[in-house]
Ligand binder design. Structure first.
Ligand code: SF4
Length: 214
C-alpha cells in the first residue's frame, strides 16, 4: 500500500490516543485541499501490509486506543485498505476512523470499499468544501458527515466525542528535514519553519517515527 506517515500518539483526530496513518494518492481535486502533498504518490511511499501491521502493533503496545486513517484518498486503494482494517479490527481495536473525500453513496461503486466499511467504526465522508469550513470539529467542512458504522457503546471516550463541535488542534511531528502537521489545517513544513511553528503553539510530540520504513 502507499503510505507516507504513521504517527503516534495522535489526539487531534478522534477520541483518545490514536495511531494516525496518512495514505498517499488522490484522484479527486477539491479546491482548497489541505493535503496537497499527499495527493501524489512517491516511490518510497510503497510499503508492505505486514510492515504497516508491525508498526501498528508497536504503537498498540504503547497504549493506542484507536486508529485514524486519512490521506490522500484512502479509498483510492480500497482493496489494500480493506485488508488492513480487517486485521486492525481483529487484532488492535474496533475504534477505526477513516476519512474520505467520496460520499458514502459514491463508495458503492468502488471495488473493496464495502469490505472497508464492514470493519471500521466511523466514516467521515464527502469532499472538502473550503466555503463550508466553519473552523470547528474533526471534519474539514460542514457538508462532511460523521457516519457511525459500529456500536462502540462499550467505549466511553467514543460516546463522548463531539466530532462536529470539538475545538481543532494541531500536532507537529518531526519527519526528516521537515515537520508533518497533523490536524485539520495541517500540512508539511520545512525544518526551518520549526521555530515559527512553535511560536504558533503547535505542540511538538517528540520524534515522529516512520517505523514502516525500517
Ligand atoms: S479528497 Fe482529500 S486529499 Fe483528495 S483533493 Fe479532496 S481534500 Fe484533498
Amino acid at each position: 500500500m502507499y503510505l507516507r506517515y504513521l504517527c503516534f500518539p495522535i489526539n487531534v483526530l478522534g477520541p483518545g490516543k490514536r495511531i494516525g496513518l496518512w495514505l498517499t494518492g488522490c484522484s479527486k481535486n477539491c479546491p482548497g485541499c489541505m493535503s496537497v502533498e499527499l495527493r501524489q504518490r512517491r516511490e518510497d511511499d510503497e510499503v508492505s501490509l505486514v510492515l504497516v501491521e508491525q508498526a501498528i502493533e508497536r504503537c498498540a503496545r504503547k497504549g493506542a486506543s484507536g486508529i485514524t486513517i486519512s490521506g490522500g484518498e484512502p479509498f483510492d486503494q480500497a482493496e489494500e485498505l480493506a485488508l488492513l482494517v480487517e486485521w486492525c479490527e481483529a487484532n488492535i481495536t474496533r475504534d477505526i476512523l477513516v476519512y474520505t473525500g467520496y460520499t458514502q453513496d459514491e463508495l458503492v461503486g468502488i471495488r473493496g470499499a464495502r469490505d472497508v466499511l464492514a470493519h471500521i467504526a466511523t466514516l467521515i465522508d464527502g469532499p472538502y468544501v473550503a466555503e463550508l469550513d466553519d473552523g470547528i470539529g474533526a471534519r474539514g467542512s460542514a457538508n462532511q458527515r460523521v457516519i457511525d458504522l459500529c456500536d462502540l457503546q462499550d467505549q466511553r471516550s467514543c460516546q463522548n466525542y463531539d466530532y462536529e463541535g470539538v475545538a481543532r488542534e494541531r500536532q507537529a511531528f518531526h519527519y526528516g528535514d521537515h515537520l508533518f502537521i497533523a490536524g485539520l489545517d495541517g500540512g508539511q513544513r520545512k525544518g526551518s519553519q520549526l521555530e515559527d511553528s512553535q511560536r504558533k503553539g503547535i505542540r511538538i510530540e517528540g520524534s515522529q517515527y516512520r517505523e514502516v520504513s525500517e
